[in-house]
Design a protein around this ligand. Structure first.
Ligand SMILES: Nc1ncnc2c1ncn2[C@@H]1O[C@H](COP(=O)(O)OP(=O)(O)O)[C@@H](O)[C@H]1O
Ligand SMILES: [Mg+2]
Length: 256
C-alpha cells in the first residue's frame, strides 16, 4: 500500500488520572473514508483534539504528509490541509449561509472561528475572493440555493451540511468529521452519507467519527473500533460488524 496520508502511533492522553487515549495507533490512506467508532467516552473526540492541536498529547506521534502534528499550533495544522467539523453545532445564526461558509477560509489562518466570523462581518473587497471558494463548497454540500438565507432559518439537517461546507471552504486534504449525523433523521443521515461519499470522490480523504452504524457501515472502507481509550478492533465494516469484542462493547453501552 502507498505511504499513509496520516500515521498515528502510540498516542496517549491522560486527564488527571483518566486515561482517555491509551497508546492508540492507526493509519489513514489517501482516498479512504475511514471510520473511528466506539461507545460514548471511548476517546474519539479526544483523538481529534490531539491531532488538530486543540489539546496537547502526553505521548505519541501523528505524521501528516511528512509533518509531525503533535506540538504544532492549530492554525498551522489547518494550513497543512487538515480540516475538521465539530460534534456540537457552531453556526452563526445572524449570518447568512454563505457568510458562515466564508468563515471557513480564515480557519487556515490564525483566526479562531469567532475572530473569523468578525472578519467576514466586517467584509471589505478582499472578502470577495472567498465568496467563490465558499460557493464551490456550498455546491459540494448541495446547498448552493440556500446561500442567501439566514443560518437561523435552517433545519438541523441543513445546518450540519453548512458546517461541512465551511470545513471544505478551507480546502482540506484530510477532513476529520465528528458525528456529522448527530441529531439527524434517517433521510438526513442518508443525505449526509451521500455528501461524504461525494467529498471523497472530489479528492478529500475522510476520517469519520460517527455513532450511526448504518452510515458507518455503508460508506466506510475501514473501521477502527475504540473502547475505553484503547484500540479494540480494526478492519472492513464486515469484519468489525461480526467481531464479538465489538458487539460486547456496544452491548455494554446499551446496558448502561
Ligand atoms: N477536556 C477534558 N477534560 C477532562 N476529561 C475529558 C476531557 N475531554 C474528554 N474527557 C474525558 O475523556 C473520555 C473520552 O472522551 P471523548 O474523547 O469525548 O469520548 P468520545 O468522543 O469517544 O465519546 C471521557 O471519559 C471524557 O469524559
Ligand atoms: Mg465525541
Amino acid at each position: 500500500m502507498s505511504e499513509p496520508l496520516l500515521s498515528v502511533s502510540g498516542l496517549c492522553k491522560d486527564f488527571g488520572g483518566l486515561e482517555a487515549v491509551k497508546n492508540v495507533s492507526f493509519e489513514v490512506h489517501a482516498g479512504q473514508i475511514k471510520a473511528l467508532i466506539g461507545p460514548n467516552g471511548a476517546g474519539k473526540t479526544t483523538i481529534f483534539n490531539l491531532i488538530t492541536g486543540v489539546l496537547p498529547s502526553d505521548a505519541g506521534s501523528a505524521i501528516f504528509e511528512g509533518h509531525q502534528l503533535l506540538g504544532m499550533p492549530t492554525h498551522r495544522i489547518a494550513a497543512l490541509g487538515l480540516g475538521r467539523t465539530f460534534q456540537t453545532s457552531l453556526l452563526f445564526d445572524q449570518m447568512s449561509v454563505l457568510e458562515n461558509v466564508m468563515v471557513g477560509h480564515h480557519l487556515r489562518g490564525r483566526s479562531t472561528i469567532f475572530t473569523a466570523a468578525l472578519r467576514i462581518l466586517g467584509a471589505g473587497a478582499e472578502e470577495r475572493e472567498y465568496r467563490e471558494t465558499a460557493m464551490v463548497a456550498l455546491e459540494r454540500a448541495g446547498l448552493a440555493e440556500l446561500a442567501g438565507r439566514p443560518a437561523a432559518a435552517l433545519p438541523i439537517g441543513q445546518r450540519r451540511l453548512v458546517e461541512v461546507a465551511r470545513a471544505l471552504a478551507a480546502e482540506p486534504t484530510l477532513l476529520l468529521m465528528d458525528e456529522p449525523a448527530a441529531g439527524l433523521n434517517m433521510r438526513e443521515t442518508e443525505r449526509m452519507g451521500e455528501i461524504i461519499e461525494e467529498i471523497r470522490t472530489g479528492g478529500v480523504t475522510v476520517l469519520l467519527v460517527e455513532h450511526d452504524m448504518s452510515l458507518v457501515m455503508n460508506i466506510s472502507d475501514e473501521v477502527l473500533v475504540l473502547d475505553g481509550g484503547q484500540r479494540l478492533a480494526e478492519g472492513t465494516p464486515e469484519q468489525v460488524r461480526n467481531d464479538e469484542r465489538v458487539l460486547a462493547a456496544y452491548l455494554g453501552e446499551v446496558a448502561d
